[in-house]
Design a protein around this ligand. Structure first.
Ligand code: ADP
Ligand code: MG
Length: 394
C-alpha cells in the first residue's frame, strides 16, 4: 500500500474512493444527518485539488435484491454537491457499461457517485468477479469508509487485490486516534463503557481490562455486574448468562490493579417512559418492580471527577436511556466531563456519538468516531478486514 494517500500521484488518475454515505433519511428521502458525508470531505477535496477523477462508492441500508428507489444514493450526491460547491455526477449503477461510459467521460476534478453497492448481492459476498469489475473503473483505490472496515465486502476488501490501495484521511484519522489510545495512552487512561447489552461489549471490556487504569461501567450493562456482586437489581436489564463473565471481570480487575467503578446510585422507574414516576435511590435499594434507567447524581459526580482527571478517556455507550430526557442526566454529565477533560477524549459508538452531538459538545472532543461497529471491533483488538486488505499489497 502506498503508506499514505499523499504519496500517490493522482493527477488525471481515476481514483475509486470507498466512502461511508450510509446516512439516515426520513420518509421523504431527506437526509436527516450529513455527518458521514462531511467526514469524507477532506479526502474528496484533496483528491479534487490534486486533479484526480474522484469515483465515490458506498452502501446505503439493506436492499433486498436489485434497485430500490428509496435506497438510492441520489440524495447523497445532491448533498455532497452542495457541500463541495460543484455538481456530483450520479451513476445509475455501480458497475456495467453505462457506468463505465460515464467514468470514461470524467475530467480531472470531477466527482462521480456510484449507485448503492448493495443493489448487487455480490458486494456483501465479497465476490471476486464483482470486485474486479469495480476495480476496472479506476487506477487507484482509497478506502475512507472506516464505518465499514469491519466487513470483508467487495468494495472494502476484495477490490484492494486489483489496484494500488491506500487509506483516506478519515480512515487514517480513525486508526490513529483509536490506535494511539490503545497502544500508547497518556495515563491515567479511563474507559467509560455503557449501553444496553453486555453481550455486545464482552470483547471490548476484556481487551480494555489489559490497558486501562480505570474502567467505569454504567448504562444497562452495569446491572449484570451489580447482580454479580450480590445486589438485587429488580427489573433492570440483566444478562443472566453473563453473570460469570461479570464476576470474572471484577476479579481480574482486582488482580490487575485496574479500578472498576459501578453505579452507587440510580434513577429507577417502573416503566421505560417519560410518564413513569422516577425515584432516586441507592444501587443497593432497587425495588423488585423497578428498573434502573440512569445512573444517579452521586454516581454522575463520581464518574465525572475520574473522567475530568484522566489524560486519556475512551467512551462507548450511554449511561442510561438517554433518548428520554428524564433518564439522560447521567449521559449528559459524562459528555460534559469529557468536554472538560484536557486530555485526549475519544467517543466511539453510534449512540454515544449521538448523545455528544445532542449535547452540542462534539467539537469539544478530541475525536468522535464515525464507525459504531468498526470502532467496537477495533477496541476489541480485532483486525479489521478493510484495513488488512490495504496492507496486503505491501
Ligand atoms: P453505542 O451505540 O454508543 O455503542 P449501545 O448501542 O451499546 O451504545 O447502547 C445504547 C442503548 O442503551 C440506548 O438505546 C439506551 O437507551 C440503552 N441503555 C442505556 N442504559 C440503559 C439502561 N439502564 N436500561 C436500559 N437501556 C439502557
Ligand atoms: Mg448503538
Amino acid at each position: 500500500m502506498a503508506a499514505n494517500m499523499t504519496q500517490a500521484d493522482v493527477r488525471g488518475k481515476r481514483v475509486f474512493v470507498r466512502v461511508d454515505f450510509n446516512v439516515p433519511m426520513d420518509e421523504s428521502l431527506r437526509i436527516t444527518d450529513e455527518t458521514r458525508i462531511r467526514a469524507a470531505l477532506p479526502t474528496i477535496r484533496y483528491l479534487r485539488e490534486k486533479g484526480a477523477k474522484v469515483i465515490l462508492a458506498s452502501h446505503l441500508g439493506r436492499p433486498k435484491e436489485g434497485f430500490e428507489a428509496k435506497l438510492s444514493l441520489a440524495p447523497a450526491a445532491a448533498a455532497l454537491g452542495r457541500l463541495i460547491g460543484t455538481p456530483v455526477i450520479m451513476a445509475p449503477d455501480c458497475v456495467g457499461a453505462e457506468t463505465a461510459a460515464l467514468v470514461d467521460k470524467m475530467l480531472p476534478g470531477d466527482v462521480l457517485l456510484l449507485e448503492n453497492l448493495r443493489f448487487h448481492a455480490e458486494e456483501e459476498k465479497n465476490d471476486d468477479a464483482f470486485a474486479k469489475e469495480l476495480a476496472s473503473l479506476a487506477d487507484l483505490y482509497v478506502n475512507d469508509a472506516f464505518g465499514s472496515a469491519h466487513r470483508a465486502h467487495a468494495s472494502t476488501a476484495g477490490i484492494a487485490a486489483y489496484l494500488p490501495a491506500c487509506a483516506g484521511f478519515l480512515m487514517e484519522k480513525e486508526l490513529n486516534f483509536l490506535g494511539n489510545a490503545l497502544s500508547a495512552p497518556e495515563r491515567p487512561f479511563v474507559a467509560v463503557i455503557g449501553g444496553a447489552k453486555v453481550k455486545d461489549k464482552i470483547g471490548v471490556v476484556e481487551n480494555l481490562l489489559t490497558k486501562v487504569d480505570t474502567l467505569i461501567i454504567g448504562g444497562g450493562m452495569a446491572y449484570t455486574f451489580l447482580k454479580a456482586q450480590g445486589y438485587d437489581v429488580g427489573k433492570s436489564l440483566l444478562d443472566e448468562e453473563r453473570l460469570e463473565f461479570a464476576s470474572a471481570v471484577l476479579k481480574q480487575g482486582a488482580e490487575k490493579n485496574v479500578r472498576i467503578l459501578l453505579p452507587v446510585d440510580v434513577v429507577a422507574a417502573k416503566e421505560i417512559s417519560a410518564a413513569s414516576p422516577r425515584r432516586f435511590t441507592s444501587a443497593a435499594e432497587i425495588a423488585p418492580d423497578e428498573m434502573a434507567l440512569d445512573i444517579g447524581p452521586e454516581t454522575a459526580k463520581l464518574f465525572s471527577a475520574v473522567v475530568r482527571e484522566a489524560r486519556t478517556v475512551l467512551w462507548n455507550g450511554p449511561m442510561g436511556v438517554f433518548e428520554i430526557e428524564a433518564f439522560a442526566a447521567g449521559t449528559n454529565a459524562i459528555a460534559a466531563a469529557l468536554a472538560d477533560c484536557t486530555g485526549v477524549t475519544i467517543v466511539g459508538g453510534g449512540d454515544s456519538g449521538a448523545a455528544v452531538e445532542k449535547a452540542g459538545l462534539a467539537d469539544k472532543m478530541t475525536h468522535v468516531s464515525t464507525g459504531g461497529g468498526a470502532s467496537l471491533e477495533f477496541l476489541e483488538g480485532k483486525a479489521l478486514p478493510g484495513v488488512t486488505a490495504l496492507k496486503q499489497g505491501d
